[in-house]
Design a protein around this ligand. Structure first.
Ligand SMILES: Nc1ncnc2c1ncn2[C@@H]1O[C@H](COP(=O)(O)OP(=O)(O)OP(=O)(O)O)[C@@H](O)[C@H]1O
Ligand SMILES: [Mg+2]
Length: 246
């Protein structure tokens, strides 16, 4: 018995002028899965995420997130998802607490439920001593932790993480993955892009993109097999060399 798909993508396509950034992508991601998008710079990872979050209209094709058509109902879909962008999206001149309150408010969590949720996030993620610190003065690891707290303030069904651990140290990355696994165990579907192979190995399934095209999909072991490479890293490098030769 397979769980219902949290994300369904059918022939999703996006062009920028002559450039095909995402080429007729088909994917299905079950609820509660940690799913990785892997690919070199410019392979279409962020463009895919932006279409799935309803921020960017596809040129053609369709996608459903948490059962909602992202093209027909981008606003409805945004209430069901969390998005942590490549640049964290924090307000540097607001405190930790103010950032959390701002994001909670954006997602409609106001009044007493909003206050309670912000307190829960502050305590749960270890921000008690830093709640009045300006976000701009936090270390990379704490910024990342705050950004994740903001993206999950409304308990989204699906969470999109675009290179969430770029520029943070190994201890912070480990903590981050523990939080992610906890969210997935609680039923949240996670879509994560990464350039780190150890992180790719932590995904239950992955899609490997090359120039906007899906070249392999499956567990890390299945990807290696599909691309005839002994490790994920070898598969990744082989595709990059193909790029350089092209
Ligand atoms: N708004 C845009 N206008 C024109 N071209 C764009 C736009 N957004 C993305 N592209 C192009 O689409 C392609 C895919 O970009 P995208 O940002 O999705 O790649 P990525 O896999 O996220 O790369 P990275 O690993 O560097 O973040 C690239 O060639 C990029 O230059
Ligand atoms: Mg990107």
């Amino acid at each position: 018995m397979s769980a219902p798909a949290a994300i369904r993508i059918e022939a999703l396509h996006r062009r920028f002028g002559d450039l095909v950034a995402v080429e007729r992508l088909d994917l299905e991601i079950p609820a509660g899965q940690i799913f990785g998008l892997l690919g070199a710079n410019g392979s279409g990872k962020t463009t895919t995420i932006r279409m799935l979050t309803g921020l960017l209209a596809p040129t053609s094709g369709r996608a459903w997130v948490a059962g909602i058509d992202v093209v027909a109902e981008p606003e409805a879909v945004r209430r069901r998802l969390g998005y942590m962008s490549q640049r964290f999206g924090l307000y540097d001149d607001l405190t930790v607490e103010e950032n959390l309150r701002f994001y909670a408010g954006l997602y409609g969590l106001v009044g007493e439920p909003g206050r309670a949720r912000v307190e829960e996030l502050i305590a749960g993620l270890g921000f008690t001593e830093r709640r009045r610190q300006l976000a701009g003065t936090l270390s990379g690891g704490w910024k990342q932790r705050l950004s994740l707290a903001c993206a999950t303030a409304h308990r989204p069904a699906v969470l999109f993480l675009d290179e969430p651990t770029a520029g943070v140290d190994p201890a912070a990355r480990r903590h981050f993955w523990e939080v992610i696994r906890g969210l997935a165990a609680g039923g949240t579907t996670i879509v994560v892009t990464t350039h780190y192979m150890d992180e790719a190995e932590r995904c239950e399934r992955l899609a490997m993109l090359w120039r906007g095209r899906l070249v392999a999909v499956g567990t890390p072991a299945e990807i290696e097999q599909q691309l005839g490479a002994p490790t994920l890293e070898d598969a990744f490098i082989a595709l990059q060399e193909k790029d350089e030769a092209a």
